[in-house]
Design a protein around this ligand. Structure first.
Ligand code: GUN
Length: 293
């Protein structure tokens, strides 16, 4: 039997509508939520992400600005820009698009953003709050979006065996922490796998919920999936496809065609997790504005 498709695009649209309604209430009080994005260099994928975030902000009735800086911008200048945005009361959310050029210390940059404006949830203050289960944490957008897909699709994680494949600070580690928290979308028994894990398929086959964020096209096949499991594919990988107009297509970390025959539910790529990330950044920006108001 073919898996239920978890429509991230539809859930993201639902959240963006909710954000728009709450934004209108703030705007009526004279506060326009503002997300300012710092983009250093000309990474094409980053440029696409940033444009999508800006467009989504405008659709939600928020203000957004992008500060584009050349790839050779000195670290001190980027830090000074962040200081100015931290001090600017009209800016509620600040996001520095990753990756940064190699001469810039990304950790230093992320630590410089005011935690109250850190809508990416990457500042150690917000990371610590997430681990402690403090509800005032800004949650990183991708794992928070995945939790929202599960909640809104009525997929219970309570007591479930969850396996997270990938230990990145942006997805894998915060995802594991969220699934571990008590309450809806949490209460799971969590295992985190990574590049040094022995017999990865055997561990994955134990999972009721499998979250794959490894960044390699079609990394996970049907042999690693328990029948009926929920599979969340975080990958966004370009592979060559001479039949496509652009010469490539975007695929996930999961071999979708094979796994959908075994899984109980699965997120597609595109149209799954990716769309949720933007919706959750908007939600965080709105939250930041509401708290600063
Ligand atoms: N680069 C890839 N994903 C992200 C993200 O969620 N936030 C930022 N700032 N940069 C990214």
């Amino acid at each position: 039997m073919s898996a239920r498709i978890l429509d991230g695009a539809a859930i993201a649209a639902e959240i963006q509508l909710e954000v728009r309604e709450r934004t209108a209430k703030l705007v009526a009080r004279g506060i326009v939520p503002n997300l300012t994005v710092l983009l250093v260099g000309e990474d094409p994928a980053s440029q696409i992400y940033v444009r999508s975030k800006n467009r989504a902000c405008h659709e939600a009735g928020m203000a957004s600005a992008t500060i584009t800086l050349p790839a050779d911008t000195p670290e001190a200048e980027l830090l000074a820009r962040i200081d100015r945005l931290n001090a600017d009361a009209s800016v509620h959310g600040i996001l520095c698009q990753m990756p940064l050029p190699s001469h810039i210390d990304a950790d230093k940059v992320l630590r410089r953003i005011d935690p109250a404006k850190d809508v990416d949830g990457f500042h150690p203050m917000n990371v610590g709050k997430l681990v402690l289960g403090d509800p005032t944490a800004f949650l990183p957008a991708t794992p928070a979006g995945i939790q929202e897909i599960l909640r809104r699709s009525d997929i219970s994680t309570r007591g479930a065996r969850a396996v997270v494949v990938g230990r990145s600070t942006i997805v894998g580690r915060p995802m594991a922490n969220l699934l571990l928290q008590p309450g809806p979308g949490g209460d799971a028994t969590v295992t985190v796998c990574h590049s040094r894990t022995r017999d990865l398929p055997a561990i994955c086959r134990e999972a009721d919920l499998l979250v794959v964020a490894i960044g390699r096209a079609h990394f996970l096949g049907a042999d690693a999936v328990q029948p009926g499991a929920t599979v969340i594919d975080v990958g966004i990988n370009r592979i060559a496809d001479p039949t496509a107009k652009k010469g490539y297509r975007v695929v996930g970390d999961v071999d979708f065609d094979a796994v959908r025959e075994i899984a109980g539910a699965i997120t597609p790529v595109p149209g799954g997790v990716g769309r949720m990330t933007i919706a959750m950044v908007l939600q965080n920006t709105l939250l930041a504005a509401e708290r600063q108001a």
